[in-house]
Design a protein around this ligand. Structure first.
Ligand code: E4P
Length: 221
């Protein structure tokens, strides 16, 4: 399972990139709005910084508007993937983009039924939003498992991207469910790496190493 960062922030991208685990980035209008910079410039810089797919979202409701913006977003960089919303218009525009050879990510997907539609138009990625399903008292992980099972049985090639992940167990369970990609905010990446026993163990190893050096230094003196 590839690990993507859900952000439009360059510092966050550079930080996780240094770990050697960054497979790609997902952005959305909310994340770009948080940066408050020129949108085109920000999108271009994010794409340049990332060695992997970067999802850039369309912001129209009508099919023609989504399609035309999709063409522009695809031209931002060779690694750009165009996000279209899971609506009839999004599917219509998405199919046209796919037919033009453009990679699309069908976003705002909340059910297995919707995920079947994304696969049928030949989407590169489908993004079920797990955390938001949990937020309304339903089971996001159950939805993800069903999507992965259907895709496996049907031989769909669309990649399943577990989105709206809020904590490390979302990531672990998404991997167990068979998701191809998990996208998460920077703080979830930090929580993935952190374990109190790692910190305690490292402190002890380094302290013992220092006292050994001190002891050997005294013996040599
Ligand atoms: C994915 O592409 C979305 O940008 C994202 O995962 C949404 O997450 P949220 O529900 O935390 O806003």
């Amino acid at each position: 399972m590839k690990l993507f960062l859900d952000t439009a922030n360059l510092d966050e991208i550079r930080d996780i990139k240094r770990w050697g685990v960054l497979g790609g980035v997902t952005t959305n209008p909310t994340l770009l709005a948080k940066e408050g910079r020129d949108i085109d410039l920000q999108m271009k810089e994010v794409c340049t910084e990332v060695d992997g797919p970067v999802s850039l979202e369309t912001t129209h409701r009508d099919a023609d508007g989504i399609y035309e913006q999709g063409i522009q977003l695809a031209a931002v960089a060779p690694n750009a993937v165009v996000k279209v919303a899971m609506t009839p218009e999004g599917l219509q525009a998405g199919k046209r983009l796919v037919d033009d050879g453009i990679k699309i990510n069908v976003t705002l997907t909340f059910s297995p039924a919707q995920a079947i539609l994304a696969a049928e138009i030949g989407a590169y990625i489908v993004s079920p939003f797990l955390g938001r399903i949990d937020d309304v008292g339903s089971d996001g992980m159950h939805v993800l498992r069903r999507i992965c099972e259907i895709y496996e049985r049907q031989g769909y090639e669309t990649l399943v991207l577990a989105a709206s992940l809020r904590h490390p167990m979302h990531v672990v369970d998404a991997a167990l469910a068979g998701a191809h990609i998990a996208t998460m905010p920077h703080d979830v990446f930090m929580k993935l790496v952190k374990h109190p026993l790692t910190d305690i163990g490292l402190d002890k190893f380094l302290a013992d190493w220092e006292s050994l050096k001190e002891q050997l230094g005294k013996e040599g003196a």
